[in-house]
Write a new protein. Structure first.
Length: 373
């Protein structure tokens, strides 16, 4: 019997489409989904018969495990409780998106252990599990309604190119699967990049949408300095932070990225593309640093999500961040460890900027001295 095809783009009720897909998966059926990479073929990971059908259809080798599609980066720790800082960083920055992370799942509390035995063998034959949060609203909506994850693989026969349209799925699998959600051509049209993370080291196992150079940058630690307008305190902090870290690592400032570290600054009420204050530029020049090319930027959700450490100049800055992005609370710290604020020197004489810079430098040296690099 041919697969049921649902045109997601022209559906009268998008919620009904999602419910029908959830119902099909819950009954052990195979559903092909659009993703941002290629079309994926999914089965409920709680149903070993459905996963068995998926393996048989794909002709999958035992040493070529299926991916587990999960809801969010936060959920990854349920399946890989020992996720390293690097693994958490990549999950936070890459998901939802076209990256599959291969992580150790040997921890006794891993939810992989609660999957049916045949499914465990299919997704974790060697003590690791491939996790992905796909960047497409249809499959994400289904995942949020299912009781567990999805076993996911590309919707094509072994040896054939991945399907990037619903028509290609139907041409090769249409008689053997139950449902196809058609959302037109996939955005990228090539598979996800697969990255193995072992502690704080990573290895690109499969080149896909995200190139190796980008993966290396995404793997870097990002330290973010935040003030109000991003014209004096946080940009001075950015310069000082780079200088302190470079000296600690015995490298040049422009070599920090090669050492796996990025430093940036932003302002809670900053505009895009403004300049640092003249006094801040002058004080940094006195300290041997060039702030003249600084461009202000507002604090955004993307910056917060990507930052490993956020240092705020005042308690109110931290409170504003945590109120808007509660998930960043454990990564957001007041720069002054004893709880005081760094006063805003804006509009004051250059001596006030010198005092401010000296305070920022002193606090950064204390904070960064305890930082594990």
């Amino acid at each position: 019997m041919p697969a049921e095809v649902i045109d997601v783009r022209n559906a009268e009720d998008g919620r009904d489409v999602i419910h029908r897909a959830v119902e099909a998966l819950s009954k052990g059926r195979l559903v092909a989904f659009p993703t941002e990479t290629v079309y994926g073929l999914a089965a409920s990971a709680l149903d070993e018969n459905a996963v068995g059908s998926l393996l048989q259809l794909k002709g999958r080798k035992a040493d070529h495990p299926l991916t587990l599609a999960i809801r969010s980066a936060a959920e990854a720790r349920d399946y890989a409780p020992d996720m390293s800082r690097l693994a958490r960083r990549l999950a936070r920055r890459c998901w939802p998106g076209p990256v599959t992370l291969v992580l150790d799942d040997s921890h006794p509390e891993s939810l992989v252990n609660q999957l049916p035995p045949a499914v465990r063998k299919a997704v974790s034959p060697g003590g690791t599990v491939g996790l992905r949060v796909p960047g497409h609203c249809a499959i994400l909506s289904v995942l949020r309604m299912l009781a567990g994850p999805l076993a996911l693989t590309s919707a094509n026969r072994r040896g054939l190119p991945p399907a990037v349209t619903a028509e290609q799925v139907l041409d090769t699998l249409g008689e053997e699967i139950d449902m196809v959600l058609d959302d037109g051509p996939c955005r990228f049209g090539e598979p996800s990049s697969v990255v193995r993370v072992d502690g704080n080291k990573h290895e690109l196992l499969r080149v896909g949408v995200v190139p190796e150079k980008t993966i290396r940058r995404l793997a870097c630690m990002l330290v973010l300095l935040v003030c109000t307008g991003n014209t004096c305190r946080s940009p001075m902090g950015e310069m000082l932070c780079r200088d302190i870290l470079a000296k600690r690592l015995k490298c040049q400032v422009d070599e920090l990225e090669e050492q796996g570290i990025l430093v940036a600054s932003a302002g809670i009420a900053a505009m895009m593309g403004g300049r640092a204050s003249n006094q801040a530029v002058e004080v940094m020049a006195e300290m041997g640093m060039d702030l003249s090319s600084h461009q202000t930027q507002p604090l955004t959700e993307q910056l917060i999500r990507q930052a490993d450490l956020v240092y705020t100049m005042t308690r109110s800055h931290r409170q504003a961040i945590v109120s808007q992005w509660p998930e960043a609370a454990e990564r957001t710290r007041l720069l002054c460890a004893e709880g005081s604020d760094v006063a805003d020197p804006i509009g004051g004489p250059v001596d006030r900027y010198r005092t401010c810079a000296a305070q920022i430098k002193r606090e950064l040296e204390a904070q960064l001295g305890e930082l594990e690099l």
